[in-house]
Design a protein around this ligand. Sequence first.
Ligand code: NAD
Ligand code: UDP
Length: 313
Amino acid sequence: MRSVLVTGGAGFLGSHLCERLLERGDNVICLDNFFTGRKENILHLMGNPRFELLRHDIVEPIVLEVDQIYNLACPASPVAYQYNPIKTIKTSTVGVVNILGLAKRCKARVLHCSTSEVYGDPDVHPQREDYWGHVNPIGPRSCYDEGKRVAESLCVNYHHEHKLQVRIIRIFNTYGPRMDPDDGRVISNFITQALRGQPLTIYGDGMQTRSFCYCDDLIRGMMLMMEQDHEIGPVNIGNPGEYTMLQLAEEVLRAIPESRSTISHVPLPQDDPKQRCPDITKAKALLDWTPAIDLQAGLEKTVAYYRKELACK
Ligand code: NAD
Ligand code: UDP
């Protein structure tokens, strides 16, 4: 039976991945330092004899025997990753060295989760994998963006120097159930604000764009990338449906018809990328992957989750 390590397994995406891997019959070791992860995300898996939980920080080395490693450990919300920027950099550098070293020792295949943030504030649109990006190396987002860029470099160099089997995906904004209601990302903010009758906080004029992928689609793409034998990547995984933040606010309010929330404009954070949309030609060709769930359907599922979540608080 296959043994799979999921770092960041108690987080939003990690918890969905652990679930899918258990369904497939794998042994799953979920490793997390619980910085942004939550026990509630994985509580329902705890009784499964093939599931194991380790509280550990990837910045410290660890010795385990595994066949595959999905490396998701890293805060993803700008609020969370800017809370302790040096720690964020360590997670994507020292932490990734530790994970690649572990993989090298036990000859495991690694899938590393990179991000569309490596493209920075892109001047090429939509973004293809061969675009090098436009990142401010000393701005407030650099601890995440540059950390993830170093991590990609580490992955390809471990592959070239040590023949390590690595896979890199660049994840574009992904949402769905189990996103921490307080994590500060736009979809969790807008939905919780709409459900609480608070104004939806649009940063800046709201004309900046993002492309939102539902979590189930993303996890499917991630697992397909791990299983294919031909390409280390990077490969973009995201939904090309592109929305301005004003349009997103409208969609959220449409999904919560009883909401009386208005819209309020607050200052735009420094270096906030103006546009973001994946070119997924490579994922389509290599993995035969396209997202199946559009924003409206995904918001419906996500709103249902937050209704329950907020009712419990
Ligand atoms: P998340 O914050 O919910 O999950 C990250 C998990 O990693 C948390 O459980 C956190 O406690 C854990 N973690 C953080 N630092 C750690 C460390 N040093 N050691 C051990 N565990 C640590 O975020 P998410 O949205 O689930 O993102 C998962 C991965 O996907 C991240 O690597 C992120 O960069 C990447 N990603 C996500 C998105 C998205 O839109 N969700 C977009 C691009 C990339
Ligand atoms: N944003 C917003 N209101 C919020 C939170 C975010 O308008 O309450 C905007 C933010 O300025 C950015 C976009 O939504 O342009 C996506 O932000 P998020 O933090 O979700 O992810 P990012 O893609 O910036 O990492």
